[in-house]
Design a protein around this ligand. Structure first.
Ligand SMILES: [Zn+2]
Length: 118
């Protein structure tokens, strides 16, 4: 139970599971993933304030690895949004749609002037 008597202004208490190993303030960190050209992936711990560099040198291959997107780590956004086509298919079957299409095409053809055939 060692309470720091002089709180630094940047202190952010994030939970005490791993904190307290060192007496430093737990700077908020995030891990940015990088993918190197050798299809090898590694993570670089960055401070949450720092801008994420687009590239990082791979520690194994000394190549330039590109930052992977981890802006939103929630996988809930994977779901494909429903398109108009999806909604249409929920109401009509394909044969249904074909019949409708043929009806409409026939109407359009009937309305249109016949092309000058020779
Ligand atoms: Zn690599």
């Amino acid at each position: 139970m060692t309470r720091d008597p002089k709180p630094t202004p940047k202190t952010v208490q994030l939970g005490r599971t791993t904190a307290g190993v060192e007496d430093r303030e737990p700077a908020p960190r995030r891990r940015q993933r990088y993918v190197c050209p050798h299809e090898h992936e590694f993570a670089v711990p960055l401070s949450a304030d720092a801008a994420v560099p687009d590239t990082w040198e791979c520690p194994h291959h000394s190549t330039r690895a590109r930052a992977a997107e981890v802006d939103n780590p929630t996988p809930a956004r994977r779901k494909r949004p429903r398109t108009h086509w999806d909604m249409l298919l929920e109401r009509r079957s394909i044969p249904d749609l074909e019949r409708l299409l043929n009806e409409r095409l026939a109407l359009l053809k009937a309305r249109r002037q016949p092309p000058p055939n020779t």
